[in-house]
Design a protein around this ligand. Structure first.
Ligand code: AMP
Length: 497
């Protein structure tokens, strides 16, 4: 089979058509033949509604098999897929629509009236998906450099930007990941991630597709539901909170995970303790990898060989990763901490209708500036130390939150923590930590601070350690440090806080 573009893997022919592609917990199942027919019909339905190659199709619907088919139908007919989180407010959705100007939008029935004022054609999935069309469809002749999707970044710094992702980006990353993680036709992916984000949409679905594997599609993460189907799965891709929540479940053990060959984690840092506890309970070493909306995946721990806790492994095949001085852009020596930059067939074309941002975040030699600080250790493993904007500069010293979080996380009774900087009259910024105790643990701020004295240089020690019930996170499990900074603003400058 030609591996030219991802579309080649959708036209699977007789050899694959009877093989399973997707199972739902409600008992519905679809083969690769069904996938071919369903995407063919949806592609024609889009055309019948006037969508042309290059037009954007916005999709804001709950996760279901038909939503997966709609994504792939867009690729087949050459439309640019634009997934939107159903949790967005109308004001947020309006921003994305005005920016992307979709020709058509598929949305829930109760949103139709509001959206109809913004998009030429708005309809429900049911109205789009019907059987009138032929199950055979000739794919649009897309080139690798053609736009396949626009994914808006999570927008933790300013307005969210639309990453322009090409068919070539999708194809190269999917083939690389399927090889890197040893996917085969016998694999069954346990899919509990959202599909409006690169992780659940591209990394999960495209990798399954190029391998000819299948997946169990759960509508959302739920520890009971995940453990129920794990006996039928072989691989799970998750965010770190999947793993911490499963660890809190009494049924997680060697027996309940014995059918699995691989657990993959990404989208946020996996604590070394979570890695260790998971290994202890299940016998599996979680494989951590690193990516971002603009690049899909950049690096991965090895399938064979040491999966190093706290590291995101080696750059993927074909991807070049370098560490540079954040201000000068000059490449740093091995072991030094700086900005992670990447270049490769995975990196997007730039930001939609935003040449200024594109120019700011790409170097002249094509490297993308990720905004993540990191280093490459002596064995070549990449380590992420946090987002550059989360770096704390205290009394003139740089403190990398990850280093402090690792030390706090290793103290008895600590479930999780986040380190961030707050304005301080003497130090400029003060290292501050919010932490959640393990169930049943009684912790005191003074006790924790004194335990850290022997573990961290004085300038890295938090000035305050705030014990909280939970950390603010987004749907991908990323801790929202900007929210923590907002909540505790004035802690040192207005001490009555
Ligand atoms: P997003 O664009 O929403 O996928 O977010 C990408 C960001 O998530 C990256 O720039 C990193 O800051 C973070 N991230 C992704 N994977 C990891 C990981 N394995 N460890 C630490 N941070 C990660």
């Amino acid at each position: 089979m030609s591996r030219d573009t991802l579309l080649a893997f959708l036209r699977t022919g007789a050899a694959r058509s009877a093989r399973p592609f997707l199972h739902c917990p409600d008992g519905r199942s679809f083969t690769y033949g069904d996938l071919d027919a369903q995407t063919a019909r949806l592609a024609q339905a889009l055309q019948a509604k006037g969508v042309k190659p290059g037009d954007r199709v916005a999709v804001q619907i709950e996760k279901c098999p038909e939503a997966v088919f709609l994504y792939l139908a867009c690729l087949r007919m050459g439309a640019v897929y634009l997934p939107l989180n159903t949790a967005y407010t109308l004001a947020e959705t309006t921003y994305f629509i005005k920016d992307a100007e979709p020709a058509l939008m598929v949305a829930a029935p109760d949103c139709q009236a509001d959206l109809a004022k913004l998009v030429p054609v708005v309809l429900t999935l049911d109205a789009l998906a019907h059987d009138r069309f032929s199950p055979v469809f000739e794919n649009s002749p897309l080139a690798k450099d053609d736009l396949a999707a626009i994914l808006y970044t999570s927008g933790t710094t300013g307005r969210s930007k639309g990453a322009m992702i090409t068919l070539g980006n999708l194809t190269s990353n999917a083939i690389t990941l399927a090889d890197c993680w040893h996917f085969t036709e016998s694999d069954v992916l346990l899919h509990a991630l959202p599909i409006y984000h690169a992780h659940g949409l591209f990394v999960a679905i495209n990798t399954v597709l190029v391998a000819g594997a299948s997946m169990i599609l759960l509508p959302r993460f739920d520890a009971d539901a995940v453990l129920d189907v794990m006996k039928d799965a072989t691989v799970m891709m998750g965010v770190p909170t999947f793993y911490t929540r499963l660890l809190a479940h009494p049924s997680l053990n060697r027996q309940s995970t014995h059918h699995m060959r691989l657990f993959i984690s990404g989208s946020a840092p996996l604590l070394a303790q979570t890695h260790a506890e998971w290994r202890e309970r299940t016998g599996h070493a979680i494989l951590e990898r690193y990516g971002l909306t603009e690049c899909q995946m950049n690096s991965s721990n090895p399938y064979e060989g040491e999966r190093r806790p706290g590291s995101v492994g080696f750059p993927l095949e074909g991807v070049t990763l370098r560490i540079t001085h954040p201000e000068t852009g000059i490449e740093l020596a091995q072991g030094e901490t700086g900005m992670i930059e990447v270049k490769g067939p995975n990196v997007c074309k730039g930001y939609w209708r935003n040449p200024d941002k594109t120019a700011l975040e790409f170097r002249a030699d094509g490297f993308f500036i990720t905004g993540d600080l990191g280093l490459i250790d002596a064995e070549g493993y990449v380590h992420i130390l946090g987002r550059a904007k989360d770096l704390v500069i205290t009394g003139g010293f740089n403190v990398y939150p990850k280093e402090v979080e690792d030390e706090i996380g290793a103290l008895d009774g600590v479930l999780e923590c986040a380190v961030f900087g707050l304005d301080h009259p003497d130090f400029g910024e003060a290292v501050t930590a919010a932490l959640v105790p393990k169930p049943g643990a009684t912790l005191s701020e003074d006790g924790l601070l004194s335990a850290l004295q022997t573990r961290l240089a004085r300038f890295k020690q938090p000035k305050r350690l705030l014990i909280v019930e939970e950390l603010p996170r987004n749907a991908m499990g990323k801790v929202l440090k900007s929210q923590l900074r907002d909540i505790y603003r004035g802690l040192y400058t207005h001490p009555t806080h």
